[in-house]
Design a protein around this ligand. Structure first.
Ligand SMILES: *Cc1c(COP(=O)(O)O)cnc(C)c1O
Length: 353
């Protein structure tokens, strides 16, 4: 196999920056870059560097290791908050900002020597996942975080992508009340969907929208697409009507057919649930995935797609078949499609200029 015949993931940093500006303008106040899970699968470091170049001064990651790696790459100036928190000192002086989620977190950080990077307090208002419950808030010793350098109080919305869901308004009012106990502390509220619900605060935390996922499901996507995954054809074959293709022989040619085999599979994060459902785009034309997705290979029915040859590339996810559309076919969400993108693709970053 020639070196060139590998899947290629192209990430348009310029489009990510354009999305970041769209979000910034829409919010009318600071927004953070949310680059957890390796920047939603697209590369936390290049994405964060591009956002920092556009003026982003706050980043969120999920885990300590992600924060340490990001700090090395982007220098000391931006805030890097770790949503899952970490014990005092565990960042070895990297200046990461922990999100405190429990009374134990608070006690540990209140007792630690004050860090310049400060802390963020997570008030749970209805997600029931992380953050202080109302009962835990009621039991906080007054002034417990006075010396910890409290930078933000935050909450996280559970249902902002569903315009009809009553929990969003309830969370907003619970947050206003809970944050009232910290009158001088800036607030951080909206995710991508919340921002498009018009919810503002001192610092929004939009993730998916920056990466082109529609923050307003069911309505036109206001964001630009930022990625394209193309997979090369590594074999073409003509099969007579009646021939089964792939594991389990689940697809049988109804007519004489031309099958293209391309060099990616579920090991690359192309979900096996897309067996017999996925779509590829060849030279602007859609072609159907036939049979099962294998670990390293996918088969497509290209009978009606015109001339092609080994080495031609098929777009499997991209502007012609967006992460949201692929997710709909697979019974999941665009977030999972992006964060599943595999390690074997050659990655190419288009400039942020
Ligand atoms: C992932 C996450 C976000 C970003 O959410 P999107 O839906 O991707 O905009 C914001 N805040 C917290 C706490 C998160 O975990």
């Amino acid at each position: 196999m020639q070196e060139a015949l590998a899947g290629e993931l192209e990430v348009d940093l310029g489009a990510i920056v354009a999305n970041w500006h769209t979000l910034r303008n829409r919010h009318g106040a600071d927004i953070a870059g949310v680059v957890k899970a390796d920047g939603y699968g697209l590369g936390a470091v290049p994405v964060a560097l591009a956002m920092a170049g556009a003026g982003c001064r706050h980043f969120f990651v999920a885990q300590l290791q992600e924060g340490l790696a990001l700090r090395q790459a982007i220098g000391n100036a931006p805030m890097i908050a770790v949503l899952g928190g970490f014990p005092p000192g565990a960042d070895s002086g990297a200046g990461l900002t922990p999100v405190l989620n429990t009374p134990q977190d608070i006690a540990a950080w209140a007792a630690a020597p004050r860090q310049n990077a400060g802390v963020i307090l997570h008030l749970d208002t209805g997600m029931e996942r992380l953050g202080l419950s109302a009962a835990q808030r009621a039991e906080l010793p007054p002034g417990v975080l006075d010396n910890a350098g409290l930078r933000y109080v935050m909450t996280h919305l559970a249902c902002a992508d569903d315009p009809g869901h009553p929990l969003t308004a309830l969370q907003v009012s619970r947050f206003a009340e809970a944050a009232g106990a910290f009158p001088d502390t800036p607030r951080s509220l909206a995710n991508s969907a919340g921002l498009f619900r018009g919810l503002t605060s001192d610092l929004a935390r939009p993730g998916c929208a920056a990466y082109g996922i529609n923050p307003t499901p069911g309505q036109p996507n206001p964001m630009r697409q930022v990625m394209r995954l193309t997979i090369p054809i590594i074999q073409l074959r003509d099969v007579p009507a009646g021939t089964p293709v792939g594991y389990g022989a689940t697809w049988i040619a109804k007519r004489d057919s031309r099958i293209a085999t391309i060099a990616a599979g579920y090991a690359d994060g192309y979900l096996r649930a897309l067996s017999s459902r996925g779509i590829g785009i060849i030279a602007g034309r859609p072609v159907k995935l036939v049979g099962r997705v294998s670990m390293d290979l996918i088969t497509l029915d290209v009978t009606d797609a015109g001339d092609m040859q080994v080495g031609d590339r098929v777009e499997m996810i991209g502007p012609g078949q967006t992460p949201d559309e692929v997710a709909a076919l697979a019974g999941t969400i665009g977030y999972e499609v992006l964060t599943s993108l595999g390690a074997r693709y050659r990655r190419r970053y288009l400039g942020a200029a």
